[in-house]
Design a protein around this ligand. Sequence first.
Ligand code: NDP
Length: 274
Amino acid sequence: MAEVPELALNDGNTIPQLGFGVYKVGDEQTADAVEFALETGYRHIDTAAFYENERGVGDGVRRSGLARSDVYVTTKVWWTDNGYDSTLRSFDASLERLGFEYVDLYLIHWPAPSQDRYVDTWRALERVRADGRARSIGVANFHIHHLERLARETATVPALNQVELHPWLQQRDLRDYDATRGIVTEAWSPLARGRILDNEPLARIAAKHGVTPAQVVIRWHLQLGNVVIPKSQTPARIRENFDVFGFALDGDDLAVIATLDSGYRTGKDPDDLG
Ligand code: NDP
């Protein structure tokens, strides 16, 4: 079984660079998908209160027979619960649904800037980390200006920033900013929700290496240094997306992929949500 690299976080913990996303998977199907992913070799699962499948994640982890400490689990507080007390309540409910005593990583799901509550939310995350109930804390969908505000008003630098990132939305400035502050960048919708997989330049690179376009894109994320969490409910694709350690993209491939950046988002701009 392939060894997935572990990336160092700024709080002394590490995170498996390749994980498994479960957005839009029903609670029942999630347990099966997670169990299958863990059997395949994934050791990192990405869920959220909003996905309504934390129970399925907990069940899948327990059914795998793996020790809790062998699986890295992330969950997130939804933006309507932003705020100090509401985040603490949401965190308790997530732990209860997961059936865990701690999560490895707890994230603010969206800054929802018009609410002006993400700084208070961050203080609640600092608290659950201090309690040992979240090993690491981070953010999702934070632009540079949201991160700068946290830096001005709070004492803890997020361990990680999970953002939409794929060859159509390469987020160069944000990745550079994260890197200079010791924040790991994690790619959500790393395959642009599957929409990018019939892209011709990617198909040509895939043919050259004897792999699939999805494998090329996941490999690209790994070589950039991103954490990457592709989602699939299809067993053959769950395996395919994990089989990305037997080839490497070369400089020509990377140069071609660099030209695909178009700014296309599959989701909302974080300044416009909430
Ligand atoms: P992805 O970019 O991972 O794409 C998933 C889609 O691609 C599914 O339709 C899947 O189909 C298809 N697919 C997966 N692998 C292959 C393959 N090898 N060949 C062909 N098609 C494939 O999209 P997601 O939006 O799910 O993002 C991944 C994860 O990121 C989420 O599950 C979630 O954990 C996280 N996320 C976080 C967000 C945030 O705001 N923080 C927002 C969105 C996502 P099928 O399942 O039918 O196989």
